[in-house]
Design a binder for this molecule. Structure first.
Ligand SMILES: [Zn+2]
Length: 389
């Protein structure tokens, strides 16, 4: 209990200082060291890191959606005419990987082996979405598979380019989906990848598709030992080693809360209902509470990932609501059902340039998947979406 009280007091102190910390309405490109720039996504969208060398540019993560990736490209062009040689991916989620086809080919893409394995299993709609995501790249991407131009590694990797050292750090764990951090030892700058969270409730899920809290704690231990002077989080404003410690405290508190409820014999439904992290008021994404609780329920009992069967369904209807720049849609079907959909970077969209162009009132037809017996808190993932005005 003593430790919990200390953690809670720390959390409250920190919350007071950082309530509503969210990035600005426009993406920014900040110099954080000589030849090193952080791309800070707007409104807590995904961040990126850029290293300029005399032999080319290294980009770490690729922006939240096509307009943001183009902005990242413009920022880079504003500071150097060197070609973009490498794209490093810190986490295998669309808001970090989705801009890759703007740069590669000719850039080489560096991912962890587990990510390469996942890309090798992609379905046709994902490959098609990859090739057509940037209209200016349609010709260049014609027969390109996402795995073309990929180099992958199993443990750590050190990249030397134009006299600079870029370390790729992987912390092994059975459920790590291939998340890495990128460390620049000469300047003390780190892109902390998935565990780089600032003022945002982590997105961990019962199917362990985003890893586990245990795996995150192991990464945080390794990364914080390097004491980054500047920490680029996956999302949110720039921080430093203190923010890695803060997330460590957060995860320990979350685990403790669920452990206490398990010891009281509460069933899963009650744990989900009672779980909160209100000590961190003002943090983004309270919608993640249910998933955090259920993930911990499994992890703390030594259960493996929730195995989910996906059933494909189709709908046609009218878009009634658009949220988060087209990431969340509500569609009223022609049979008068309200269905919430989640548009990802893998969604193959026809009839609109990208998801930011989706609008209420458009006609929509969709192929989407319904997870059986699982909580699709953010809506059903869409494989194919066709829209018309
Ligand atoms: Zn993300």
């Amino acid at each position: 209990m003593r430790r919990m009280a200390v953690v809670a007091a720390f959390a409250l102190a920190m919350t007071a200082a950082s309530a509503y910390a969210i990035t600005g309405e426009k993406a920014e490109f900040k110099k954080v060291a000589d030849d090193v720039y952080a791309f800070v996504g707007k409104l807590n969208d995904a961040n990126a890191l850029v290293v300029v060398t005399s032999q080319g540019v290294v980009v770490v993560d690729t922006g939240n959606n096509p307009p943001e990736t183009r902005l990242l490209q413009q920022f880079i062009r504003g500071v150097t005419s060197q070609p973009i040689r490498y794209v490093i991916i810190t986490q295998n989620h669309g808001d970090h990987t989705g801009g890759t086809p703007l740069f590669a080919p000719p850039a080489t893409v560096i991912v962890h082996d587990r990510v390469a394995k996942d890309w090798a299993s992609w379905k046709p709609h994902q490959i098609k979405s990859w090739r057509t995501r940037f209209r200016e790249r349609t010709e260049a991407m014609k027969n390109v598979h996402p795995l073309d131009h990929v180099v992958s590694f199993s443990n750590n990797m050190s990249l030397k380019l134009g006299g600079k050292t870029i370390e790729l750090l992987y912390v092994d764990d059975p459920h790590n989906p291939g998340d890495i951090a990128v460390w620049l030892p000469e300047s003390g700058v780190m892109h902390a990848g998935f565990v780089g969270y600032i003022d945002r409730h982590p997105d961990i899920r019962p199917d362990y598709s985003h890893g586990t809290t245990w795996g995150m704690l192991r990464q945080l231990e390794v990364f914080s030992a390097l004491k980054p002077r500047v920490m680029v989080p996956a999302h949110g404003p720039l921080g430093d080693v203190k923010d890695l410690h803060a997330l460590t405290d957060y995860l320990l508190l979350a685990r403790k809360k669920v452990l206490v409820m398990l010891q009281q014999g509460l069933p899963l439904a009650d744990i989900i209902k009672q779980f909160h992290m209100n000590e961190y008021k003002g943090w983004d994404r309270e919608s993640h509470f249910a998933w955090i609780a259920e993930t911990l329920y499994r992890e703390l009992q030594g259960m493996g990932p929730q195995l989910v069967t996906l059933v494909e369904e189709r709908l046609s209807g009218t878009i009634t609501q658009v949220g988060q720049e087209g990431r969340r849609l509500t569609v009223r079907t022609d049979a008068s059902r309200e269905i919430r959909l989640r548009v990802t970077s893998d969604t193959d969209i026809t009839g609109a340039a990208d998801r930011s162009q989706l609008k209420a009132g458009m006609r929509a037809s969709a192929l989407y998947v319904v997870p059986q017996g699982a909580n699709a808190a953010l809506g059903f993932d869409v494989y194919e979406l066709g829209v018309a005005p």
